[in-house]
Write a protein that binds this ligand. Structure first.
Ligand SMILES: Nc1ncnc2c1ncn2[C@@H]1O[C@H](COP(=O)(O)OP(=O)(O)O)[C@@H](O)[C@H]1O
Ligand SMILES: [Mg+2]
Length: 241
């Protein structure tokens, strides 16, 4: 079940970068215990929207909020402390550290420090089953993504922004990722926004989908009806041409 009040989102976001309009009047919201899929062709502005939501970019216009609190004016670290976590398209881990040292660095980055039990809990949560003596840089893509996600989950975020977490994964790994994301949403009631540009991957797990094209929202709704929307199909055919 989802809460009835929007937990996290933005209204009327306009973003210009390098003299170009990247986002045009974008509004979206996600509730606690909801998985919102954010889809759109390459270059649609999905990652840029995450930059605005997480506080790395500041939009020229528009608002970002968490519950009743405005996040405008707060930087990426302040938003993270309030419970907004995000992952990146490339799972970059510290090359010289072991898995255990990576967890340790992440634990010490938070105040108050997280305990090793928090790290062990998070590793179990995401099914990270590699020895902690392994060099993080030697892990495969999925284990890197799990390690980075576990470092975020330690802090029990309220909102999780995930930028194409399925990229570079094989089908069995994508199925495991889908189960994990549903667990975070259904059991831990996290509000998740998941970027994915493959329509079919969102069909199984998203409660709702927002479609971005050329920096604007062109459709929104349950996955099945959105995928039948002629404007969405046109955006994808043009994108593929
Ligand atoms: N820092 C930047 N400066 C100028 N243009 C940018 C910057 N970041 C992204 N863009 C442009 O914004 C558009 C949207 O990019 P992006 O948000 O990465 O799209 P998506 O994640 O949907 O593929 C692209 O045309 C990209 O070239
Ligand atoms: Mg992107």
């Amino acid at each position: 079940m989802t809460d009835s009040t929007p937990c996290f989102g933005c209204t009327g976001v306009h973003l210009r970068l390098g003299g170009r309009e990247i986002l045009k009047n974008v509004s979206l919201s996600v509730q606690r215990g909801e998985l919102l899929g954010l889809i759109g062709p390459n270059g649609a502005g999905k990652t840029s929207l995450f930059e605005v939501l997480s506080g790395r970019y500041h939009a020229q216009r528009g608002k970002v909020y968490l519950d009743s609190q405005s996040l405008d004016g707060l930087d990426i670290f302040q938003r993270a402390r309030l419970g907004v976590a995000r992952t990146y398209q490339s799972p970059v881990v510290p090359n010289a550290l072991t898995v255990g040292e990576t967890f340790r660095a992440a634990r010490k980055a938070y105040k108050p420090y997280m305990s090793v039990h928090d790290a062990e809990w998070a590793a179990r949560l995401v099914h990270l089953e590699v020895p902690w003596e392994r060099i993080a840089g030697s892990l495969d893509t999925f284990d890197r993504r799990k390690l980075l996600l576990a470092c975020l989950m330690m802090r029990r975020p309220r909102v999780l922004l995930m930028d194409e977490p399925a990229s570079g994964l094989i089908n069995t790994e994508i199925s495991e990722l889908d189960l994990l994301l549903r667990k975070l949403v259904d059991e831990y009631h996290i509000a998740v926004i998941l970027i994915e540009h493959r329509l079919e991957l969102l069909d199984a797990i998203a409660d709702r989908v927002v479609v971005l094209d050329l920096g604007a929202v062109i459709a929104e709704g349950d996955p099945k009806s959105v995928f039948k929307d002629p404007a969405v199909r046109a955006a994808y055919f043009e994108g593929a041409a």
